[in-house]
Design a protein around this ligand. Structure first.
Ligand code: 13P
Length: 251
């Protein structure tokens, strides 16, 4: 049985003080909701405050990116070892905003994924088609390609620490959510790609999230779908009640 994972992605929001306050608000609301893992992926500067605030709760802390080299002359970057030592357990890799604005490619997504897994982090690998790619009929091709590129040289054993988030680019931050059937279909393409690489057993055990305008209103329907094993949540993860309602929907 695969595990539901409800993860917030705060993007470039919240200062360390804000992080502390929001996590303190969320803790009692998500306490005991053990049918899913509850994760908050926060800006790097917020990590120490977030880890401290989440101590003793069921909230786990993630980062929003990781560099693929262990150390060296990479100004502004953060290594997997640094994240681990800071108490981070998860890391978002290859978010469409990083692909769109920061030159992230399928190859660097793969390198970051390998670095995260080799350090013992859980990787939340993001894939997703643009509206243009969808309209041209390339959704399946694109999702399978991105998934396979991201997982190149990952071992079947390491797949236990891989979560894949299907985030259609046209649904991110737009208020336009994919329908539950579209989410299920996209997640199904991702799972099929995992099956082609690692076999059916690994594919069945892999958590595939949906992300893109998931909120307290639509979460239950999205999460009811066979292939939707959780959510990667942007805007709604900045509001304690909305995020807690999504965690509740995963129960
Ligand atoms: P929104 O939930 O704000 O659409 O963001 C989704 C997302 O990009 C999560 O990584």
């Amino acid at each position: 049985m695969r595990r539901y994972v409800i993860a917030g992605n705060w993007k470039m929001n919240m200062t360390p003080n804000g992080a502390k306050a929001l996590i303190n608000e969320m803790k009692p609301l998500v306490a005991g909701k053990d049918n899913c893992d509850v994760v908050l992926c926060v800006p790097a500067i917020d990590i120490p405050a977030a880890v401290e605030a989440a101590k003793g709760s069921n909230i786990k802390i993630g980062a929003e990116n990781v560099h693929f080299k262990a150390s060296g002359a990479y100004t502004g970057e953060i290594s997997a070892e640094m994240l681990c030592e800071a108490g981070v357990e998860y890391v978002v890799i290859g978010h469409s905003e990083r692909r769109q604005y920061f030159g992230e490619t399928d190859q660097t997504v793969n390198l970051r994924t390998l670095a995260a897994l080799n350090a013992g982090l859980k990787a939340i690998v993001c894939v997703g088609e643009t509206l243009e790619q969808r309209e041209l009929g390339y959704t399946e091709t694109l999702l399978k390609f991105q998934t396979k590129m991201a997982l190149t040289n990952v071992t079947a054993e390491q797949m236990k620490n891989v979560i894949i988030a299907y985030e259609p680019v046209w649904a991110i931050g737009t208020g336009v959510t994919a329908t539950a059937d579209q989410a299920d279909e996209g997640n199904g393409y991702v799972r099929a790609a995992v099956a082609e690489m690692f076999g059916a057993e690994v594919a069945e055990a892999t958590t595939v999230q949906y992300g893109g305008s998931m909120n307290d209103k639509n979460a239950a329907e999205l999460l009811s779908k066979e292939n939707v094993d959780g959510g990667l949540i942007g805007g709604a993860s900045l509001k304690s009640a909305a995020f807690a309602a999504i965690v509740e929907a995963a129960q």
